[in-house]
Design a protein around this ligand. Structure first.
Ligand code: PLP
Length: 387
């Protein structure tokens, strides 16, 4: 055995880690499906799913098997060589994406997918500016942070050329586009920003504006992708075709991986971009097994059905503290008239783990394999906590 025993985890992380996360007093040591267990053996229904990562459920047997087999075969293979597993993943991504997206750059996280998309967009258009949405979130590295509306102040100056307009407001978007706009960057449902679905008209309008003005449309589906909203990708749900599609989170079933999918005219030559770990066979094998599970278990339909079930049951006795329920598939935001955090802690006491999305929103991103009984239990606990 190496490392500290499990019961030292709290003390060790506090001593050796950074306090960048608002920690909860819980040490998670095991997961299965929509459940996780703490170090005392207590069971929780996990509506965080690793912040929208464990869509196929924790410890999905096919993902675990694929990772174990690939680890014993070949873990790393740099991009200068071809690799069978990486090639299969690229082909699969192109198959499941909107038809115009025919090229893939593989990376390791959501922020990296956005970094790549921003670079590719500037390079492809020869233009400098990006128009982004207020309340949008695209990651914590400098480029992605420059496109992000929050978490910026401590790091100014960020990259020049990023402008923010209100989300879901087409006239303001139209007014912000000019001849130097490389791309518009949007989430189809803002996640961190409070679980806010865009309207269909807005997304179609944004698509048309970009085409008209020679700008590219970057759609960030890091959180909405891979069946979360009831379609493989939310842009398919809304019927729009982006020029660049950013993916990560649920893609590898928990193994770090990200991707940007690009439409045909977008090209990147030798040396323009790269990543040591991007497209490594271990993560690629995990992603292939995850995508296979998403498709063969029809998790898009499950997310749609379960999301509707949640809405019906929650709204049947909506507590007065609730201002609004926003939901698409199993991406759920409950906007309160007060702070969410005390309620998140009360839910945890009752065995339900949930996330915030801003100060007043309870966000639920359960594994898509959550059972009806587990989902009904979540609704019951929410009603009790918010009563
Ligand atoms: N884009 C969106 C829409 C996200 O929700 C997130 C993370 O929450 C990111 C990008 C950043 O992803 P990562 O944390 O993997 O860098």
């Amino acid at each position: 055995m190496t490392g500290a025993p499990i019961d030292d985890a709290r003390e060790t992380e506090q001593r050796c880690g950074f306090e960048v996360y608002p920690k909860r007093d819980l040490t998670i040591v095991r997961g299965r499906g929509a459940l996780v267990w703490d170090d005392a053996g207590r069971e929780y229904i996990d509506c965080t799913a690793g912040v929208g990562v464990a869509s196929v459920g924790h410890a999905h047997p096919a993902v675990a098997r694929a990772v174990a087999e690939q680890a014993a075969t070949l873990i790393t293979c740099p991009g200068i060589f071809y690799n069978d597993v990486r090639a299969r993943l690229m082909r699969t991504l192109v198959e499941i994406a909107p038809a115009t997206l025919t090229r893939v750059f593989l990376c390791n996280s959501g922020t990296e997918a956005n970094e790549a998309a921003l670079k590719f967009a500037r390079h492809a258009t020869g233009r400098q500016r990006f128009v982004c949405a207020m309340r949008g979130f695209h990651g914590r590295t400098f480029g992605a942070l420059s496109a992000t509306h929050k978490y910026r102040d401590a790091f100014e100056p960020l990259l020049p050329g990023f402008e923010f307009v209100p989300f879901d407001n087409l006239p303001r978007l139209a007014a912000a586009l000019d001849d130097d706009t490389a791309a518009v960057v949007l989430e189809p449902v803002q996640g961190e920003g409070g679980v806010r679905p865009a309207s269909r008209d807005y997304l179609h309008g944004a698509r048309a504006l970009c085409t008209e003005r020679g700008a590219l449309l970057i759609v960030d589906e890091v959180q909405t992708g891979f069946c979360r909203t009831g379609a493989m990708f939310a842009c398919q749900h809304f019927g729009i075709e982006p020029d660049l599609l950013c993916l990560a989170k649920a893609m590898g079933g928990g193994v770090p991986i990200g991707a940007v999918l690009c439409a045909e005219p977008i090209a990147a030559g030798v040396g323009l971009h790269g990543s040591t770990f991007g497209g490594n066979p271990l993560a690629a094998a995990a992603a292939l097994a995850t995508i296979e599970a998403l498709r063969s278990e029809d998790m898009a339909a499950r997310a749609r059905r379960a999301g509707e079930r949640f809405r019906e049951r929650f709204e049947a006795a909506r507590p007065a503290r609730v201002r609004e329920l926003r939901q698409l598939g199993l991406m759920i935001g409950i906007e309160l008239r007060e702070k969410a955090r005390p309620h998140l802690l009360a839910l945890m006491e009752r065995g339900v783990l949930a996330l915030p999305a801003g100060p007043t929103v309870i966000r639920l991103l359960p594994p898509l394999v959550i059972t009806d009984a587990q989902l009904d239990a979540v609704v019951e606990h929410l009603h009790a906590v918010l009563a």
